[in-house]
Design a protein around this ligand. Structure first.
Ligand SMILES: Cc1ncc(COP(=O)(O)O)c(C=O)c1O
Length: 397
């Protein structure tokens, strides 16, 4: 993935700044830190690039989702509409917040669809946790309309979509708040880290306090401020923030390369015939970490993945069978397995998780092929890789 591909001297320089002062903590210690506030700079850079009024860095993408849910009042007993195709982190976050996940259908956007959301709404629905999968935005116009009509809070998990936008506005700013991941597998990484963004001051203040035991960070003596709410520890450290800052500065270049490389492969794949591509309302806003396409049937997809493996073509993801990204691999979640009691154990599940019927999602994910895009491919490497992919596809279609 791009973030780890471009790790280099710039990241090391930012980290060395921190190691030289020894101030690993993001707050206080003004007399030691020689004016360096990496977490704050990281947040400023994210505001600059996303256009958000507020950003608050946290320790992981999971912590970011947890923080935005708490900060917008989503928790105990609230039904939250989620997709059956995502990395499991946000689904776990909903359970652990005491809320109740309700699985709804996705469509060829590979994200929740407006129709899927509408069909899953009950009188107890409080929020939609929209997950912008594989680097690009969902059908935000349609989803915002449904949320407005039913008075639902829209939260955006942009864990996989830093740099993506929808009709000119960054993902994460279309609803109440957005959450990003900077783990090692993302377009920008700091090893482990997360980011929240919002345009609403009240939500930002809640996130800031939730992520640090209720400290308001007013004045310059953390711990001596008034405390209005409880929180927890979702803080990012200065070393991780330093790396995140260097990576964010590289994001414009990464986006440019990703988009160029994705377009090259897509243009060539279009000529084969028989393939369809991920539906995107605003392809220009795609961060282009993946090229997603569909083959006509589940059987053809199985054949293609086998062929790609036989031909030694790497970097192609089959989410239907691996990596815990689709609900068919989530028995532990469907059985609500956790070492301690969760709210849902007392409140009851809103759906029969073990017997869910999500035929549209099943159809879409069983036919989905995702090619990971590298931002460092040289022209000849890209051409040779694309040749190999096309040869495998032609053998199967
Ligand atoms: C959509 C999505 N949300 C949240 C997360 C969790 O991020 P983290 O690993 O930083 O906790 C991930 C991680 O893969 C993700 O893909």
């Amino acid at each position: 993935m791009p973030g780890m591909e471009v790790y280099g001297a710039e990241e090391r320089k930012e980290v060395m700044d921190v190691l030289e002062t020894g101030v690993l903590f993001r707050y206080g210690h003004e007399h030691l830190r020689k004016g360096m506030w990496k977490a704050a700079e990281f947040e400023e850079e994210v505001c600059k690039q996303t256009g958000a009024n507020y950003a608050h860095a946290v320790s992981s993408g999971t912590a970011a989702v947890t923080s935005i849910m708490a900060a917008t009042g989503i928790g105990h007993g609230d039904e939250v509409i989620v997709p059956p195709y995502t990395f499991v982190a946000p689904i776990e976050a909903v359970f652990l917040a005491g809320a109740l996940p309700v699985f709804a259908e996705i469509d060829e956007t590979i994200c929740l669809s407006p129709e899927g959301i509408e069909a899953a709404i009950t009188p107890n629905t409080k929020a939609v946790l929209l997950i912008h999968m594989c680097g690009a935005a969902a059908d935000l116009d349609g989803i915002l309309e449904v949320c407005k009509k039913h008075n639902l809070v829209l939260l955006e998990d942009c864990g996989q979509a830093m740099g993506a936008s929808y009709k000119g506005k960054s993902v994460g700013l279309h609803g109440a708040a957005g959450a990003f991941s900077f783990d090692y597998f993302k377009i920008t990484t700091c090893g482990e880290g997360g980011m929240t963004i919002t345009n609403k001051e009240e939500i930002y203040k809640n996130i800031d306090q939730v992520a640090d035991h209720g400290h308001t960070h007013e004045g310059n003596n953390r711990g001596m401020e008034d405390h209005y709410i409880m929180g927890s520890n979702f803080r990012i450290g200065e070393i991780n923030a330093a790396i995140g800052l260097a990576q964010m500065r590289k994001l414009p270049w990464i986006l440019e390369q990703n988009r160029k490389n994705k377009k090259y492969i897509k243009d060539r794949l279009k000529k084969i015939g028989g393939l369809t591509f991920r539906k995107m309302d605003d392809e220009l806003g795609d961060s282009a970490t993946f090229l997603n396409f569909f083959v006509p049937t589940k059987e053809k997809a199985t054949e293609l993945f086998a062929q790609l493996a036989e031909d030694g073509v790497g970097g192609v993801a089959n989410w239907y069978t691996n990596m815990y990204h689709f609900i068919n691999q989530w028995d532990h979640i469907k059985e609500i397995k956790f070492p301690s009691k969760l709210a849902i154990n007392d409140l009851g599940a809103p759906q029969d998780y073990k017997n869910l019927s999500l035929p549209k999602s099943e159809d879409v994910i069983s036919r989905l092929v995702s090619i990971g895009i590298s931002c460092t491919w040289k022209e000849d490497e890209l051409a040779a890789y694309t040749d190999k992919v096309i040869t495998s596809i032609k053998k199967v279609l």
